[in-house]
Design a protein around this ligand. Structure first.
Ligand SMILES: Nc1ncnc2c1ncn2[C@@H]1O[C@H](COP(=O)(O)OP(=O)(O)O)[C@@H](O)[C@H]1O
Ligand code: SF4
Ligand SMILES: [Mg+2]
Length: 335
């Protein structure tokens, strides 16, 4: 089991015209528990911190605050040896497969390096092992091994980076927007592949997407976390969150992109942005959604709502929401 305890990541940025450095909070005090075999989707607009969170969990960058636990033991990932050990626990399928493949190296070398470095294969069995991995993701190994990344289609490159992540036999797999650059016709096949491989190997699967429909497909029997400006604002069983969203942001996202049928709209048409997401300084004292929230009141600007269990669904509920007025609005709507 992986646990994130109050994980935050800040970046120091120098904006145009600003002499002074500003601190930008990309991930803000995130708590999350992720078990082996569990499917969780993380949903949110571009710039809300999904990839940064994925990189922290995968040990590729360090958090500014908070801790990462494996089976209840705090896990430090600072040295090369610690990173190598963690790579066998968590692997991330990166958002941009092209950027993560060396353009001047053939697929055989790109795949082989990772296997050799992590001692997952001996040199004399390397080709055989790579062929096995490529076959597993439905790539013709004979045709693929001697190609360069640019000679493959987007869908083939995506399957290649999935194969590379799986070749290290991790317990947990993070897929970062893994079908967003892919042709719609290929998406279902790749999503089904993720579900199949994760179920067969009992992997924990964290699927990052900006699209609720993909989240529902992947983690239908699992969980969903909704992120806004670095914060998890709603969390719970996927079917419960989607049928009964409590946070105004989740409600807006779902009404922008109807899950059943209806005209798709841009999220900005439903809730206008009063600033550019990602460029704003994330004030840690106020509700991160206050500037866009139609229900905002004075105290929303004075006190940050914490993620709390919503009790309207019975005592066994795991549905959590970070909004001062979620329960009050529910009561009024149900009168
Ligand atoms: N290395 C970095 N330095 C400064 N800002 C960064 C860095 N990485 C990400 N950010 C900023 O953090 C925010 C979250 O980025 P990201 O995690 O990529 O969001 P998402 O994956 O949800 O689109 C963005 O505003 C991005 O510009
Ligand atoms: S705390 Fe206030 S501003 Fe934030 S989502 Fe709830 S009502 Fe809106
Ligand atoms: Mg991203």
């Amino acid at each position: 089991m992986i646990e994130l305890k109050n994980i935050s990541k800040q970046f120091d940025i120098k904006g145009k015209g600003h002499k002074k450095k500003r601190t930008f909070v990309a991930v803000n005090q995130v708590n999350l528990t992720w078990k082996r075999g569990e499917f969780i989707s993380i949903v949110g607009e571009s710039g809300c911190g999904k990839s940064t969170l994925a990189k922290i969990i995968a040990g590729l960058i360090s958090p500014s605050e908070g801790s990462l636990l494996l089976d209840e033991v705090e896990n430090k990932i600072n040295t090369q040896a610690q990173r190598a050990r963690w790579a066998k626990v968590v692997q991330v399928v990166p958002q941009d497969p092209y950027a993560s493949l060396n353009p001047v190296r053939k697929i055989r070398s790109s795949m082989g390096d990772a296997l050799l470095y992590h001692k997952m294969a001996k040199r004399n069995e390397l080709d055989h092992k790579i062929e096995e991995m490529l076959d597993l993701v439905g790539l013709n190994s004979k045709e693929t091994l001697n190609k360069y990344p640019h000679q493959l289609s987007g869908g083939q490159r995506q399957r290649l980076v999935i194969a590379r992540a799986l070749s290290l036999d991790p317990d947990f797999l993070i897929a970062d927007e893994s079908v967003s650059m892919m042709d719609v016709s290929l998406r279902v096949g790749v999503l089904d592949y993720f579900k199949k491989i994760a179920s067969e190997r009992e992997l924990g699967l964290l699927f990052i997407t900006h699209d609720f429909r993909i989240a529902r497909y992947i983690s239908f029997d699992g969980k969903i976390a909704v992120m806004y400006l670095g914060n998890i604002v709603e969390f719970g069983d996927t079917q419960e969150v989607l049928s009964h969203p409590l946070h105004p942001y989740t409600q807006s996202l779902i009404s922008a992109v109807p899950l059943i049928a209806g005209k798709e709209r841009r999220i900005e048409e439903v809730i206008p942005k009063s600033f550019e997401v990602g460029k704003v300084y994330a004030d840690r004292q106020q509700c991160p959604f206050a500037d866009r929230c139609p229900f905002a009141r004075t105290d929303c600007y004075e006190q940050k709502p914490l993620l709390k269990t919503y009790n309207g669904n019975g005592s066994s509920s795991t549905h959590q929401v970070a909004c001062h007025y979620a329960e009050a609005r529910e009561l009024i709507e149900n009168v």
